[in-house]
Every structure is written in C-alpha cells, then in structure tokens.
Design a protein around this ligand. Structure first.
Ligand code: ZN
Length: 432
C-alpha cells in the first residue's frame, strides 16, 4: 500500500492524503491551506482555491486511474475547504456525516461569499464500517473544537492504518478519546497523526480555562465578549453554563443559533440529545446582526423561529452587565455600528494557531482592545498536546508513524525514533 501526502506534510492545515492499494485509490480530506506570511512583505496572504488545487487523477473528472472516493474528517476548512473550488468529478463519492454536510453548507451560505458546493455526498455514521474501493473505513468520533470530528481505522491488504484527523483529550469530549483508546483494533501498521500542538507537552483543559473566564466576571463588570468560532459548540455550551450560573444571557448571532439548532435536530434524529444552548434556553438571546438578513434569505423557516429570541440594540446597550457575547472574525463591523456602551467590558480572545495570521481577526481584536476593554488571552486548543499523542502511540503501538498537520516533525522523531517517517508535500511512503 502506498501513502502519498499531497499537502499537510509540512504545515498545519490543507490536508490532502492519498492511499493507493493496487488499482484502488482514496483521498483523506481536501482542505484549504491556512493563510501564510509572505516572506518578503511579512504580510498575511490567503492562498486562492485555484492555487491550492491538486492535479490528482480522477479528482476533477474521469482520469487515467479511477479515484474511489474522498473522505472528509471534519468541518474545518483546512480539511474540507477545497469542495468550494472547481466542482469535483460528479461521479466521485464524497463521504461525510449528515451533520457535517449540513454544517458545511450552512457555513458556506452564511459566509461572506454565500457559497455552496456540488458533490456526490455519501453519509457515514460513527463506528459503522463502510467500503470505498478496496478500503474499509470505520469512523470514530473524536474530541475536537468542531461540531463533529472523526478519526478512521482504514483496512486493506490485511493492513491497518489509523488516520487521526484533528483530535485532543482535554476538551468536552475526552470520553470520545478514551473510548478510541479502549477500542481493540488489533495490530496497527501505521498511524497518520496530526501534530499541530506537538511543541506543547501538556496544558490546561477546557474546564480549567472556563473556570478562569467565569472568575473574570465581577459584580460591576460590563459585557463579557469572547472571541470564538461559531462552530466551537463545546465552548459555546460552556459559555451558556456560565451565563446560567451568573444570571446573564448568552447573546449569539443568527449563524451560531442556526448551527446549534441544526446540530441538535440532526443528533436527535439519531437518538442523541445534545446538551447545547438552544432556543428553549432561558439564558439565550439573539442579536440582530447582519447575519439575520442572510438567515432570512437562505433559511427562512429557521429565521422565523430564531427571530423570536431577538433583542433590540437599545436593550443591549442598556444592559451590558447582563450579557456574554461570543464574537467572530468580522464582529468589529456590527459592533462599530451598534454597540455604544463598552463600560467595564471584558474581552477574552485566543491566539489560536490559525487565527494569528488572519488579518480580519487581527483587525477585530485591535478594534476591541482600542475600546479600553479589560483584555485576557485564554486558549483551549482544539489539538492534542504531545502527552496525548504519546498516549495514543503507547496504546496503539503502530509499526510506523507519519506526522502531518504539524510544524514539529522532529519532536516525533525524538520521541518515537525510527518508526517515524517525515514526508514533504508530495512525498510517498510504501507500507510493506
Ligand atoms: Zn480541525
């Protein structure tokens, strides 16, 4: 079996990995690269979808060799974003969960470019094996900062490979990682693991960071603004808990409300009741940001329900001490137009691995800091500390390890020795 890491071998994000067994070929993830710093101008630069395209046989049309499928691990753009580029081969099945498809479509339509994608989507379900070409894949839910994230056990030619996707064991879903360790998979030949945070041995867990944030709220505090992704539903659930305990309201925008409602509805369809803030939560309010216009346009039915929780800007400015407001990359635009009362406001932000190079995020952060807010950097990484990666390797004892999605392959070599194979983008490894 051959493993080709087209992208993600030398950097965080933009994963695209090909597995080849005889005539059968599959791709794992097809993400957009994160913005890079231009070495000459030292400015952040986005890489266009055209620039990021890979010329892989069968990906954009019937090629000389058949491509059996593309498997997406989770709903972060550095893993699925290329779906928004040139339409893929219409005959190529793209595998994801039902929740993932919905979240990807919502994020595209509600984003600044109102985009959608066309692809032949096939659903997988957690822990239910499915076949693509000669490969059998079993998806396992992992702890990560996206709505749903999967690792895969991939079997072919009598060999077993684990592709971890993105994972951690210090968030809300540590039980998922524990379950993954406790699942007997037999002898593992190769683990393709992410290593975003490989440079950090260990750190705080989500619970501890949330307690720290809660302590920031004093009796005379104004609004608490927390910069976070609308898809980081675990963090939003924690903020909802703080709001309920502190007698405050969690004031979200229409996009976040739609994500939360969609997740709860689809999970319930599968018999799972998710403990997330929702329209029935007394502590939940919705802000009338420009997102509401998109919601009315693309999801009128949901908009109707969500708008019942809308509050006026007059009320927001009169009651900042009652609010916890999650804000996202473009928040400075509506805050500038609508928020007049920043008295004793608190800002919690994160210098996440990818955000720090995002120009719009920087601008919003600077806007908030210029309002004289009490600013605190707090961060719960979505990615495994090295102690977690070590735990995975000690548990699964793979014969070979290929680190991806990392800037620190040397840490893997130091820890795991000859078993580690460091590839460059486009590099191949043959699994005998
Ligand atoms: Zn991710």
């Amino acid at each position: 079996m051959k493993i080709i890491v087209h992208r993600g071998a030398e950097e965080i994000g933009g994963n695209c990995i090909e597995l080849v067994s005889g005539e059968s070929r599959i791709l794992l993830d097809y993400g957009t690269p994160l913005p890079r710093i231009n070495p000459v101008t030292h400015k952040s630069e986005n890489i266009t979808l055209e620039q990021a395209e890979h010329k892989i046989e069968g990906l954009y049309g019937p090629g000389k060799a058949r491509l059996d499928g593309l498997v997406i691990s989770h709903t972060h753009q550095d893993h699925y974003g290329m779906l928004y580029g040139r339409p893929l081969n219409p005959a190529l099945p793209v595998y994801m969960s039902e929740i993932m498809e919905e979240i990807i479509r919502i994020t595209g339509k509600m984003g600044p470019d109102h985009k959608d994608f066309t692809a032949k989507v096939e659903y997988f379900r957690k822990e239910v094996p499915f076949t693509v070409g000669v490969f059998t894949l079993t998806p396992y839910l992992m702890d990560h900062s996206s709505s749903e994230s999967f690792a895969f056990l991939i079997e072919a030619e009598g060999k077993k490979i684990i592709y971890t996707g993105d994972y951690r064991d210090h968030g809300h879903r540590t039980h998922a990682f524990t379950k993954f360790l406790n699942t007997k998979m037999g002898g593992i030949d190769l683990i393709l693991t992410e290593g975003t945070q490989a440079g950090v041995e260990t750190g705080d867990n989500e619970k501890k960071v949330m307690l720290d944030i809660e302590k920031l709220i004093k009796p005379d505090s104004g609004a608490l603004y927390v910069m976070c992704s609308g898809q980081n539903v675990d963090l939003l659930a924690s903020l909802g808990g703080i709001a309920a305990r502190k007698g405050r309201f969690l004031a979200i925008d229409g996009y976040v409300a739609l994500i939360l409602e969609t997740l709860k509805t689809l999970a319930l369809k599968q018999g799972v009741k998710l403990q997330l803030p929702g329209l029935e939560s007394e502590y939940l309010k919705v802000l009338d940001t420009p997102t509401m216009r998109n919601l009315q346009k693309y999801y009128p039915e949901a908009a109707e329900k969500i708008s019942r929780k809308l509050v006026s800007w007059v009320w927001v400015n009169e009651n900042p001490d009652k609010l916890i407001i999650p804000v996202r990359t473009y928040a400075q635009h509506w805050c500038r137009a609508k928020i007049t009362n920043f008295k004793n406001a608190i800002l919690v932000y994160s210098m996440w691995e990818g955000y720090k190079e995002d120009l719009e995020y920087q601008k919003t952060l600077e806007y908030f800091k210029a309002r004289g807010m009490d600013a605190h950097s707090a961060h719960v990484s979505g990615h495994a500390y090295f102690s977690t990666i070590r735990k995975l390797m000690e548990n699964k004892k793979p014969r070979h390890i290929i680190p991806i999605h990392t800037e620190h392959p040397e840490i893997f070599q130091a820890a795991f020795g000859d078993r580690v194979h460091v590839l460059q983008n486009g590099g191949e490894f043959t699994l005998d």
